[in-house]
Structures are given as structure tokens and as C-alpha cells.
Design a protein around this ligand. Structure first.
Ligand code: FAD
Length: 404
């Protein structure tokens, strides 16, 4: 039987960052992942990652925006950890080789994102998740972390309220294996597949299901985020970076309508407000075919679109046949993020000893009722690291409990 100090389920940003930290803390570590690491959903993140790195910004302001954005339902101690650690995360990513977009004077470029009082979203064009995931994956490989690709976890094995192992299915041979471990991190991502219109249909909520099966509580499962702008009919994301770079929302009467719903922030109000505004316009008969509105990029000009939003333009062209340089793009709200998940404290501990959860499958809860764009990538790296460190610490003082 395979045995490791620490097992990590999932090889997105949260899982890989947890594995890296556990390995650096001296534990033997293995990652079991249903998909190849670089095909994890983290690669889909387009817009960016938030951090108060500008000398005119500060983490307290990032903290307040996050608390307010959460509708005051986020855990403020956890939000303090998230936002105060963000500048360190950016430095770490640079040391990992992440290729952030730069300003003309060589600084890390930051773009405006919804409901933030400062332009604090760092990005790699409109493929930030791809860039981050490859950097962290490279570190995992450089640190010789054992990764079992295409191994789906089927169940967690618990004895006397302590994690002792997992049962996994090797998807290529269809054999099942039992793996013995001292501690375990669940990092399996969100649960978008529950919804018909979603930006993340590959996210099946496996980790939440595994945890629920062994009696762990799930928290805030009613808190689902709908992204205002997804393409019609595929529901592929048109990131908030589009509105951050200046795109307008218009209805079928060609009216720019956000003034009515958010007079100051307009298109850059928080996602819940913008999504509700779009749906209200559709419900009140100002949508095309009663189904969708438009995102208008035409005034941004070819140069800005090609340099800042290249993937978005290509996706829109491939999936709707419309070129944003010349035509408005059809959009509608779609499920985007699962704020709820496996209940954890800010050390990422669950109620089962040795069992930790991090990333979108967990609910710490730093997002409360509404996640700010750019805070989720940050969460995976801040709390993935904490989970890996604590899982290794727990393993150090534990013995392997054999599984019969
Ligand atoms: C289209 C899109 C754009 C986004 N853009 C942004 C953005 O710009 N900024 C931002 O901050 N956030 C963004 N987000 C949110 C953010 O990308 C995710 O919340 C985050 O990447 C989740 O990372 P994760 O590591 O928790 O999970 P994931 O990256 O989803 O990884 C989950 C891992 O678990 C594995 N897995 C799942 N089930 C099992 C199982 N049973 N057994 C074994 N392995 C399993 C998967 O194979 C995968 O490796 C975006 C989300 C989407 C959908």
C-alpha cells in the first residue's frame, strides 16, 4: 500500500501550493489529481490577482473593500490574513517566475476590478491563471513532488475522528488503490456543474461531497456568485478585466444603463450588483431575444484590445462569431464561483483531525456573500500555503494508522 506523511487531493493552485509547503516543511508528499495539474480550473482565471503593492495603496484598504464586498458576512480575521499576506504572495510569484504584465517604467501593472477603491489587480494580460498555475506547477516539479495524474479520489478513510487515508481510482487502468497518510489537504475546487449556465462546468464539487460523506459540515452553500458577463450561449467568461479596461454594458435599446443601478461605480460595481442590473434589464424587456445584453468594446480601439484582452477577443470571435473590435458582444449572467464549501477555520483545519481544506472547495470564509474579483487566486495561494504547513506539522507529531 502507498503511504505518505501528507496527501493532497487536487492539483490546482491551492493543491500545488499546499504540496509545495508541506514538502518544504520536510514531509513526504503526494498529490492525487483527477486532471493533469496544468488542466486544473485555475488555468481559466483571466483577470488577475489582488494585492496592495503600490506605495499609495495599503492592505487595510484591500481588507475593507473585501469586508464590504462580502456584504459584511466574511470572517474578518481570515480576511486580514488574506489581504495582509497579498504583497508577499506577489513577491513569491515573481521569484517563481510568473510573467506579470508591466507598466512602461517596468513596474507590475495593476488594473481596476469591481468594488475596489484602488487599481490593485496584478495580471498577465488576460491569462493570469495560466501564468500562475504554470509557475507553481514548475516549483512542484523542481521540488520533486510526486503527482499521481488522473487519479480520482473516491472516499476519505477516517478512524476515531482522524484522517488515515484515501481510496483513489486510477482512471487509466480503472484500478482502485488505498493510500495511507497522516494528514490530508482537500483542494478540489468549486461546484459550478450544479448550474446549467456556468463558467466552470468541469467543477463537480467532489471535495465537498467527500467531506460531507464523512460527516463534515458544509458552510454558506447558498452563497453562489453569478458573473455578470458570460458569452451567449456558451457561458464562457468575459472577465471583469473587460470592464476594468473600459468596456461598456448596453441593452437592446443601445442604452448604457448602469447609471441607474450604481451611479458612481457604473460597470465596476460589485459583481452581484452588476449581475442583478443585467438580469433586471432582461426581465423588464430591454434584452435581446429576452435573454441577453451586450458588452461594448468598440471605443477601446484595436491596439488596447490586442495587447490587453487578446484571449477574450479570440474566445468571443470563436464562440459568438463577433469581433469585439467592430461589434458589441452578447452576454448574460452565469454561475461563476462557490463561496461556500467545507467549513474550516483560518488555519484551514476541519473538524476531523489531520484533515485540511483550501481553495474554492473550502469555506474559511473570506468572501462572505460575494467574492471580489481577483481575491480567489489570492486565497488559493495564501491558504494553500497555510494548509500545507499545518498538514506537515500535524504529520510530524502523528503516526501512520494502518488501514486494513
Ligand atoms: C473562468 C474563470 C475565471 C476566473 N478568473 C479569476 C480571476 O481572474 N481572479 C481570481 O482571483 N479568480 C478567478 N476565478 C476563480 C479562480 O480561478 C478559482 O476559484 C481558483 O483557481 C480555484 O483554484 P483551486 O485550486 O481551489 O481549484 P482548481 O483549480 O479548480 O483545482 C481543483 C483540482 O482538483 C482536482 N480534483 C477535483 N476533483 C477531484 C477528485 N475527486 N480527486 C482528485 N482530484 C480532484 C482537479 O483535477 C484539479 O486539479 C475564475 C474562475 C473561473 C471559472
Amino acid at each position: 500500500m502507498l503511504s505518505y506523511d501528507v496527501v493532497v487531493i487536487g492539483a490546482g493552485l491551492a493543491g500545488l501550493r499546499a504540496a509545495l509547503e508541506a514538502k518544504k516543511s520536510g514531509a513526504s508528499v503526494a498529490v492525487f489529481t483527477k486532471k493533469y495539474p496544468n488542466d486544473s480550473h485555475s488555468k481559466e482565471a483571466q483577470g488577475g490577482i489582488n494585492a496592495a503593492i503600490d506605495s499609495k495603496d495599503n492592505w487595510e484598504s484591500h481588507f475593507f473593500d473585501t469586508v464590504k464586498g462580502s456584504d459584511y458576512l466574511g470572517d474578518q480575521d481570515a480576511i486580514e490574513i488574506l489581504t495582509s499576506d497579498a504583497p508577499r504572495v506577489i513577491k513569491e510569484l515573481i521569484s517563481f517566475g510568473t510573467n506579470f504584465s508591466k507598466t512602461s517604467d517596468g513596474k507590475i501593472a495593476q488594473r481596476p476590478f469591481g468594488a475596489q477603491s484602488f487599481f490593485r489587480t496584478c495580471y498577465s494580460a488576460d491569462r493570469t491563471g495560466h501564468s500562475l498555475l504554470h509557475s507553481v506547477y514548475e516549483q512542484a516539479l523542481a521540488n520533486s513532488i510526486k503527482i499521481y495524474n488522473e487519479f480520482m479520489t473516491l472516499s476519505l478513510v477516517i478512524k476515531d475522528n482522524k484522517i488515515v487515508g484515501v481510496v483513489v481510482l486510477d482512471l487509466s487502468s480503472t484500478r482502485t488503490l488505498t493510500v495511507n497518510c497522516k494528514s490530508l489537504v482537500v483542494a478540489t475546487g468549486g461546484a459550478g456543474a450544479i448550474y446549467k449556465k456556468t463558467t466552470n462546468p468541469d467543477n463537480k464539487g467532489d471535495g465537498m461531497g467527500l467531506a460531507f460523506e464523512v460527516g463534515l459540515p458544509l458552510m454558506d452553500m447558498e452563497m453562489i456568485q453569478f458573473h455578470p458577463t458570460t458569452l451567449v450561449p456558451s457561458n464562457k467568461l468575459m472577465s471583469e478585466a473587460s470592464r476594468g479596461e473600459g468596456a461598456y454594458l448596453i441593452n437592446s435599446k443601445n442604452e448604457r444603463f448602469m447609471q441607474k443601478y450604481a451611479p458612481t461605480k457604473l460597470e465596476l460595481a460589485s459583481r452581484d450588483i452588476v449581475a442583478r442590473a443585467i438580469q433586471t434589464e432582461i426581465n423588464e424587456g430591454r434584452g435581446a431575444e429576452n435573454e441577453y445584453l451586450y458588452l461594448d468594446f468598440r471605443h477601446l480601439g484595436e491596439e488596447k484590445i490586442y495587447s490587453k484582452l487578446p484571449d477574450m477577443r479570440r474566445n468571443a470571435l470563436n464562440l459568438t462569431g463577433k469581433d469585439m473590435v467592430r461589434e458589441p458582444i452578447p452576454i448574460q449572467p452565469g454561475q461563476h464561483y462557490t463561496m461556500g464549501g467545507i467549513e474550516t477555520n483560518s488555519k484551514t483545519e476541519t473538524q476531523i483531525q489531520g484533515l485540511y481544506a483550501a481553495g474554492e472547495c473550502a469555506c474559511i470564509s473570506v468572501h462572505g456573500a460575494n467574492r471580489l474579483g481577483g481575491n480567489s487566486l489570492l486565497e488559493t495561494l495564501v491558504f494553500g500555503r497555510i494548509a500545507g504547513k499545518n498538514a506537515a506539522k500535524f504529520a510530524k507529531k502523528s503516526k501512520l494508522v494502518p488501514i486494513k
